[in-house]
Design a protein around this ligand. Structure first.
Ligand code: HEM
Length: 409
């Protein structure tokens, strides 16, 4: 369908405009899966895909559905140079460029390499908990779930962890929901400003690492040459920004969402604390039940029939992972949080060639941080009724989550 107006951002569906709906979008998903599983939203000029099988089909078919969404008819970006590092990042590239970019870091993120980080991640988790345990209360998001992944990715990249407050501000601005803002233009301007700041920050580091290599991810990305071609400074910059943002807000939401889920079933706490396999399975169920990333976008490169509808070349398509992961044709009792659920073939980390590069790291961070919290605190209870949802149309989580507990030390 030809787009009537052009814009720089993807608006949120009207059904998710309230805070309550963003915290619990699942009734709307259920209705859509039944009544309009593949539908064109005239207001947003976007196709929405809600079912598990259809979502996997779209994500697997990189020829018909490109990740380079800037190509969609509906978008117009005024300053292409500014956003180009992100638009040409691995997340937004299709094969063969995608394969080339993925080869640069794939081995660094494999479970074996990531597993070696476990003792250090545990130290970081313990240090963060040390600061709060004696109080008998903490904010799981602000005191644990946010700082832990930022410190880890900052250290992996080789940037000073002391800069982490700046990273948070930068990532918050980049994932902020432009469409929900009272003044979208202001957010767009702040995003442009943020990209300029990130550029300045990383350009210096990239130059330094090319000149004097260190044992860190920036050096690895800047100096590896898959297929004999080294990445340009812009490619390296795109990678750094992406890792910083992707490795930050998503894992924060997973850890916070886990506590929200466990709070629904407090009788599970003892078992979760006693058995790391039970905790690992429960985290998979959190990923399914409250998927940190709710939606992914693609652009059709050709006319495609999907569930009787014709998606035209140039149309933007949003696949709702959060809905696919509640699809009754794939999961029994999908709206029940069942930590023991097996098999649990959720697609919270995506599907196909773009399957989350950081999945082993996210799992490790969630298992260790939650494991240490459960080892060191008993009787955990969420205390606030009011839970502000994160300000993003494609992420699912809360900004704050105060808890009370008894320290067992
Ligand atoms: C890709 C989710 C943590 C780095 C993705 C995708 C999803 C996802 C759904 C697919 C995007 C698409 O197909 O368009 C998550 C969730 C996380 C998480 C739910 C935490 C619970 C991380 C971490 C890192 C990371 C910790 C790195 C430090 C990436 C990268 C990609 C990606 C680089 C792009 C991969 C590619 O295009 O081949 N993630 N992610 N993610 N993720 Fe994650």
């Amino acid at each position: 369908m030809a787009a009537a107006t052009q814009r720089q951002f993807l608006p949120m569906p009207a059904a998710l405009s309230s805070r309550a709906a963003r915290l619990e979008p699942f009734d709307w998903y259920r209705e859509m899966r039944t009544e309009a599983p593949v539908r064109y939203d005239d207001d947003r000029q976007v196709w929405d895909v809600f079912r598990y099988d259809d979502t996997k089909r779209v994500l697997a078919d990189t020829e018909s559905f490109s990740s380079d969404v800037a190509r969609a008819d509906v978008f117009e970006f005024p300053d292409e140079d500014l956003f180009r590092p992100l638009q040409r990042s691995i997340l937004r590239s299709d094969p063969p460029r995608h394969t080339w970019l993925r080869d640069v870091v794939d081995d660094q993120f494999q479970p074996g390499a990531i597993g070696a980080l476990a003792p250090h991640v545990r130290e970081i988790a313990d240090e963060l908990l040390d600061e709060r345990l004696a109080d008998g209360e903490m904010d799981v998001v602000e005191d644990l779930a946010y700082p832990l992944p930022v410190i880890v990715i900052a250290e992996l990249l080789g940037v000073p962890a002391d800069d982490r407050d700046r990273f948070k501000q930068w990532s918050d601005v980049l994932v902020a929901d432009v469409s929900a803002a009272a003044d979208p233009q202001t957010i767009i301007e702040r995003q442009e400003e943020t990209i300029r700041e990130l550029r300045a920050y990383f350009e210096d580091l990239i130059k330094q690492r090319r000149a004097i290599p260190e044992d860190d991810l920036i050096t690895h990305i800047a100096t590896t040459d898959p297929d004999g071609h080294r990445l340009t400074d812009e490619d390296v910059l795109g990678y750094c920004i992406l890792l910083l943002v992707a490795g930050n807000v998503t894992t924060t939401n997973l850890i916070g969402n886990a506590i929200r889920c466990f709070d629904e079933r407090p009788e599970l706490y003892d078992e979760l604390a006693a058995d790391r396999d039970v905790l690992a399975a429960a985290i998979e169920e959190v990923l399914r039940y409250r998927s940190p990333v709710q939606a992914l976008s693609r652009v059709a490169t050709t006319d495609v029939e999907l569930r009787g509808e014709t998606i035209e070349s140039g149309d933007l398509v949003v696949t709702w992972l959060g809905s696919a992961n509640r699809d009754e044709s794939q999961f029994d009792d999908p709206d029940e949080f069942q930590p023991e659920r097996r098999p649990n073939q959720h697609i919270a980390f995506g599907h196909g060639v773009h399957f989350c590069l950081g999945a082993p790291l996210a799992r490790l961070e969630a298992r260790i941080s939650l494991g240490r919290l459960l080892d060191r605190a008993e009787g955990i209870q969420c205390v606030a009724e009011e839970r502000p949802p994160v300000s993003s149309s494609f992420l699912h989580g809360v900004e704050q989550l105060p808890i009370r507990f008894e320290s067992v030390e």
